[in-house]
Design a binder for this molecule. Structure first.
Ligand code: CA
Length: 226
């Protein structure tokens, strides 16, 4: 049975999460402050940690920063403000996903399941990057030997995402990385370019999905079979 550590100081929220996780077949444990959470994460690492940011003694950001020095165990960060996510992404803490309050416990369970599934397959799948070739002198890309025919923008997006597999990028970060001049580009434009990019990748390697949407946050390049 997978062990999930719920780190949240608000009793109501924590007990709803623990209930839902137990119903979904997980062994759910709880920590109610940052120091306790860090000690648990290091002494007997859970299969996944749900980590709230606002915590007594040590905030969630500091907990993750310190935990990451010693463990790669998956972490989903919980934030009370959607605007905070961009700042968190900038810190590159290495969280596996982000959830904003208010959330539905059902959604949290679905995201827990998805992160566990990805981390379970991480070790066994061949590296995605071995299949993907990017030639930045000619702006050409191929996947499994099939040319992708990307626009220059799509190429730059793919390059930015695939250079750091697993890292979650916000739309604003991708705008900065892919465009020379972001003055009259909207973040929505990123969505449509990513959509086209996905379609081209899927045409070259049907059934694989290389770019993961992180709900309310942005995108990450993933091993397609994870
Ligand atoms: Ca809290």
């Amino acid at each position: 049975m997978k062990r999930i550590l719920v780190v949240e100081d608000e009793d109501d929220i924590a007990s709803v999460l623990v209930d839902y996780l137990q119903h979904a077949g997980y062994q759910a444990e709880r920590a109610s402050d940052g120091e306790q959470a860090l000690a648990r994460m290091l002494q007997s690492p859970p299969d996944l940690t749900l980590l709230d940011i606002m915590l007594p003694r040590l905030d969630g950001i500091e907990v993750l920063r310190r935990a990451r020095l010693r463990t790669a165990s998956p972490v989903i960060m919980i934030t009370a403000r959607i605007e905070e996510v961009d700042r968190l992404l900038g810190l590159e803490l290495g969280a596996d996903d982000y959830i904003c309050k208010p959330f539905s416990p059902r959604e949290v369970v679905a995201r827990v399941r998805a992160v566990l599934r990805r981390s379970a397959t991480d070790d066994t799948t061949p590296p995605a990057l071995a299949r993907l070739l990017l030639d930045d002198t000619h702006w050409r890309a191929s996947l499994d030997g099939v040319a992708l025919n990307l626009t220059r923008l799509e190429f730059r997006l793919l390059q930015a995402l695939s250079r750091q597999p697993g890292r979650i990028f916000s739309r604003a970060q991708l705008l900065d990385l892919a465009y020379d001049d972001t003055a009259d580009v909207t973040e929505r434009a990123v969505d449509s370019h990513v959509k086209n990019l996905r379609r081209k990748l899927a045409a070259a390697a049907p059934g694989d999905d290389w770019i993961r949407s992180v709900y309310g946050v942005g995108f990450a390049f993933e091993d397609a079979r994870a």
